[in-house]
Write a protein that binds this ligand. Structure first.
Ligand code: ADE
Length: 232
């Protein structure tokens, strides 16, 4: 998988991609992440990348020319499965969409800034608009980092234990069950006996029940339309 990201603040993305899972995916040669500074495409002598909006709206908009030129030049080099604009008014990101996007070969992400991007680019060039939640960030960079991280961990081979990404919260429509580690008793707090029993069937059943109980308590919306019996 290859991900290209267009931004006016490339420095915001260097940290998230040089640590942990994304770093590992890149080092293993399983993913490529290319962060591009939009200023490189500006034909303005001051490398300006913003412009005033038509009408009476306050604030600035990302300038049309550098953004359109950047997208066009990247598209001339390869086909993108999606051109994604990160924006608070986009489709709210869910695991199902991440799973689907993780099968892509090439993705192009556009990080908005100021008051966003020209609507004509959204109408004619962008193919998918994604929000990471109902709150407004200062720009799309952190959202692009979130989406990239969620995607990269699903690329086969990036996470050592292939099954661990599948046991994440949301992968089966439920939150993950609680986890415990050694020692079995710490500070007077005991690990549930069943986890120490060595009975794998009982442990599996307990984990399923815990996942369901946690989901019912914290995210009952995830259970709507689902049979509430574990394993059903
Ligand atoms: N840009 C600003 N806020 C955002 C959000 N919540 N999701 C995606 N992109 C954004």
């Amino acid at each position: 998988m290859r991900i290209d990201i267009l931004t006016v603040l490339p420095g915001l993305l260097s940290g998230p991609f040089s640590e942990s899972i994304v770093k590992r995916g890149i080092e293993k040669g399983l993913v490529e992440v290319h962060v591009h500074d939009l200023r490189n495409w500006s034909t303005n002598k001051h490398k300006k990348v913003d412009d005033a909006p038509f009408g009476t709206a306050a604030g600035m908009v990302l300038a049309m020319q550098p953004l359109h030129d950047a997208i066009t030049s990247l598209q001339a080099e390869r086909d993108y499965d999606e051109v994604i604009f990160l924006t608070p008014d986009g489709e709210q990101l869910k695991q199902g969409r991440v799973n689907q996007l993780s099968l892509s070969g090439n993705l192009l992400m556009i990080c908005g800034h100021y008051k966003g991007i020209d609507q004509r680019l959204r109408d004619h060039v962008v193919t998918l608009e994604i929000s990471i939640g109902d709150y407004v960030l200062s720009g799309g960079e952190l959202a692009a980092a979130v989406l990239t991280d969620a995607l990269v961990r699903l690329v086969p081979g990036v996470i050592g234990d292939e099954t661990s990404a599948l046991s994440d919260s949301f992968q089966d429509g439920l939150l993950a069950p609680p986890v415990y580690t050694r020692p079995a008793e710490y500070n007077g707090w005991r690990v549930p006996d069943v986890l120490l029993s060595g009975n794998h069937a009982a442990i599996d059943q307990w984990q399923e029940e815990q996942a369901l109980a946690r989901t019912r308590e914290r995210r009952p919306d995830l259970l709507e339309g689902k049979d509430s019996e574990p394993g059903a």
